[in-house]
Design a protein around this ligand. Structure first.
Ligand SMILES: O=C(O)C(=O)C[C@]1(C(=O)O)C=C[C@@H](O)C=C1
Length: 356
């Protein structure tokens, strides 16, 4: 038996050697790609290419290596490769262990330098001033709707949308001891408390619920008080040394948040893109119907429409529209130009790979 085990381990060592040699071979090719891009002033970070790599490998694999682990392993290979081309600095809406942090890690991997900032405007500012090439901010939750701070920042800056990230949000109850009977108060962001209301009523009916600035701030408070628990991400649990009292306590397990990667640059077309625009229409009869006509007449799928008050004039609105396709496609460009004719102003926020 021992002989058999040691032979199997030798076989694993031999495979690991091959994997390592191949990783170095891959890294040399990536360095050559980096040199070619430098000459052409092309961006190093290409989210559509990364998505295509994950998709191709997922379809190719015959198992038994777990399908979801393929993405995680290649996420880190690509993250490390990209850091050879260019050290990657990414600002995100912090503090550490927010769901935005989890989203930034999912998108950029562990080799990127992720920088927590105090607010959504601070992330936009960092990127607009060129102190970080990319920033990550939340834009929409499947239960709570749009994050208005983020949409408002597109009115105040000229940043573009470079990519989107879709994250399944899972709320855990975390504390120092990990024991339900020790919990005397629960901290979290009001949205997270609301999303776990039924679970809290059933399991901790008499315990006060206390608002915190973020789920990560709640985790910090639980880390300082053995009688407190926080509703936060599993990442917050490991960063602040908390134990899970119970994982996945949200009442509706179907809870997704969409995040945006913002940048001064535009990404190259990838084949599975969407385009976001913002605009303000003239105040005239039938305008709401007419503003959608350029898209319906060309069969362009609109995936989202949102309005925000135009703060400079009461009862006037800015619209945010997402459509399938890239602005370099003739139909998309023609529809946007036709709409522009009925607008006081229109800005293309970006064409970027659809999160899948
Ligand atoms: O193909 C590229 O453009 C690369 O830079 C290589 C690579 C990779 O490691 O495969 C690295 C970073 C990019 O975001 C996409 C892919």
């Amino acid at each position: 038996m021992n002989e058999e085990l040691s032979q199997l381990r030798q076989a694993i060592d031999a495979v690991d050697d091959r994997i390592l040699d191949l990783l170095n071979e891959r890294a040399r090719i990536v360095l050559a790609v980096g040199e070619a891009k430098k000459d052409r002033h092309q961006p190093y970070y290409v989210p559509s290419r990364e998505q295509a790599i994950y998709e191709r490998l997922r379809c190719r694999s015959q198992g038994p290596f777990p399908a979801d682990a393929i993405r995680r392993v290649f996420r880190e290979i690509i993250s490390a490769s990209l850091s050879l081309e260019q050290p990657m600095k990414v600002a995100f809406f912090g503090p550490p262990a927010t769901f935005t942090h989890v989203a930034a890690m999912q998108q950029f991997g562990l080799s990127a330098q992720l920088v927590p900032l105090k607010s959504i405007p601070a992330v936009f500012d960092e990127v607009a001033r060129g102190r970080a090439p990319y920033g990550v901010v939340p834009v929409e939750n499947s239960n709570e709707g749009v994050v208005s701070h983020t949409l408002d920042m597109f009115m105040q800056t000229d940043l573009k949308i470079y990519a989107e990230i879709l994250l399944e949000v899972s709320h855990d109850l975390l504390s120092q001891t990990g024991r339900l009977e020790d919990v005397r108060q629960v901290y979290s962001h009001p949205q997270a408390l609301a999303q776990c209301r039924h679970w809290l009523e059933d399991n901790l009916p008499d315990v006060p619920l206390i608002d915190a600035a973020s789920t990560a701030a709640a985790a910090q408070m639980a880390a300082a008080d053995p009688q407190a628990a926080a509703i936060a991400s599993a990442l917050a649990g490991s960063l602040y040394n908390l134990r899970p009292v119970k994982t996945h306590i949200a009442d509706n397990p179907n809870n997704f948040t969409r995040f945006l990667v913002v940048s001064q640059q535009l990404p190259e077309p990838g084949g599975h893109d969407k385009t976001s625009i913002m605009f303000c229409v003239r105040d005239e009869p039938g305008i709401l119907l007419r503003m959608l006509e350029p898209f319906s007449s060309r069969g362009i799928n609109l995936s989202k429409i949102e309005s925000r008050p135009l703060k400079t004039r009461a009862w006037e609105y800015v619209f945010f529209l997402d459509m399938d396709g890239h602005i370099s496609e003739p139909d998309i460009a023609a529809a946007v130009e036709e709409l522009r004719a009925s607008c006081e102003f229109l800005k293309v926020l970006g064409s970027y790979p659809r999160a899948r």
